[in-house]
Design a protein around this ligand. Structure first.
Ligand SMILES: *Cc1c(COP(=O)(O)O)cnc(C)c1O
Length: 346
């Protein structure tokens, strides 16, 4: 059966590197949304704890319920129906607009999302007074306030102007919290790219680290080079081997035709397991540089040779490049049904 190897030491290494910029590992929230970027939520949550992480960020309540015991608090980014929120200090919900503030049950633990320029989720500057008045009136527990950067990984001024806007809103939130006699919430804004760009140590209470923890960054090399190590490697096992004669074909549509007598083997992973579908055009190589032969099938692909197992990738960047996408997309699409095996910390 095809499987994913998780290198716990690589995760710890990446987090320790990022902790230098966050000001400590306890100031990192591990972003474990979307099955921990395909790595496996239930495998990565205890690993994060073992590395010293105290908080997690997930997509939905279901993910939060499955891992919240590992953390002091787990933040749910998306709750389409705020009325369904659980009242539990271990689970906090992103309040993505004023409407949500009207609908969370009293005493729900929330982090108020600020729209500091991304134009996606969050409350805008001009609605902050109204937001805090609602929080007070509805007796919501404001545990945190946060924003998200749209351009932390691009060159140019976008990141700085948004950061400036966030700092302004942060001050205003502090004043409003005091004004309403609320316990001061924690503040967080930085994702991986924004944290990697910090010179020295960040000022916020927390950073939300996803992709860099898993070993990747999309930051341009002009921002420096970072010693990140991929956590995941993907492996497949041989299903069968055969000897082809010159002129024999492999796979759907006969795209690959042997130009010599050769031995080929078929391996047990395909697009049905969430891998992007290679259509037989261009050259897509597995880790040992062998090219896939012909189109990828739903549950298999073929290579020359007869090794019992092959590593599909240890570094997903080559595949992301081939498919003209980002590392995040290849990783998150990997099926939750693939077996995950953790190489432990010690
Ligand atoms: C996904 C996400 C992150 C993590 O982003 P990375 O680039 O993977 O570090 C942080 N914050 C929010 C709100 C997110 O949705």
């Amino acid at each position: 059966m095809a499987y994913i190897n998780l290198n716990a030491k690589a995760y710890q290494h990446n987090l320790n590197l990022l902790a230098q910029k966050s000001g400590g590992i306890e100031k990192i929230m591990a972003v474990l949304k979307d099955n921990a970027y395909g790595h496996g939520l239930i495998q990565m949550a205890p690993l994060a704890t073992a590395c010293g992480i105290k908080r997690a960020v997930v997509k939905n309540q279901e993910e939060a319920l499955s891992i919240c015991d590992f953390f002091e608090q787990t933040l749910v980014l998306i709750e389409p129906n705020p009325k369904n929120a659980k009242i539990d200090s271990k689970i906090a919900y992103s309040a993505n607009d004023l409407d949500a503030l009207c609908n969370f049950p009293n005493k729900t633990h929330i982090h108020l999302k600020l729209d500091s320029g991304m134009g996606r989720n969050g409350v805008r500057q001009e609605h902050l007074e109204e937001a805090f008045a609602l929080i007070k009136k509805r007796e919501l527990c404001l545990d945190g306030v946060f924003t998200h950067f749209y351009g932390a990984d691009i060159i140019g001024g976008d990141f700085f102007s948004q950061k400036y806007q966030y700092e302004k809103m942060k001050e205003k939130c502090k004043n409003l919290a005091n004004h309403h006699n609320l316990t001061m919430p924690v503040f967080h804004s930085k994702n991986s790219s924004a944290l990697l760009r910090v010179d020295g140590v960040m000022k916020d209470d927390f950073a939300r680290v996803g992709i860099a923890g898993y070993g990747y960054t999309d930051l341009d090399s002009s921002f420096g080079s970072f010693d990140l190590k991929p956590v995941m490697s993907l492996w497949a096992n041989k299903i069968s081997s055969r000897e082809l004669e010159k002129g024999d074909i492999v796979g759907y549509c006969g795209i690959f035709r042997a130009n010599k007598n050769m031995k080929v083997s078929t391996y047990d992973i395909g697009y049905g397991d969430g891998l992007f579908r290679y259509n037989g055009n261009g050259i897509l190589q597995v880790e040992n540089q062998k090219p896939l032969l012909g189109k990828m099938s739903m549950d298999s692909f073929s290579l020359e040779g007869s090794e019992d197992k092959v590593c599909v990738f240890t570094d997903v960047r080559n595949m992301a490049k081939y498919f003209d996408t980002i590392t995040y997309e290849i990783l998150t699409k990997l099926s939750p049904n693939l077996k995950r095996i953790t190489k432990p910390l010690n």
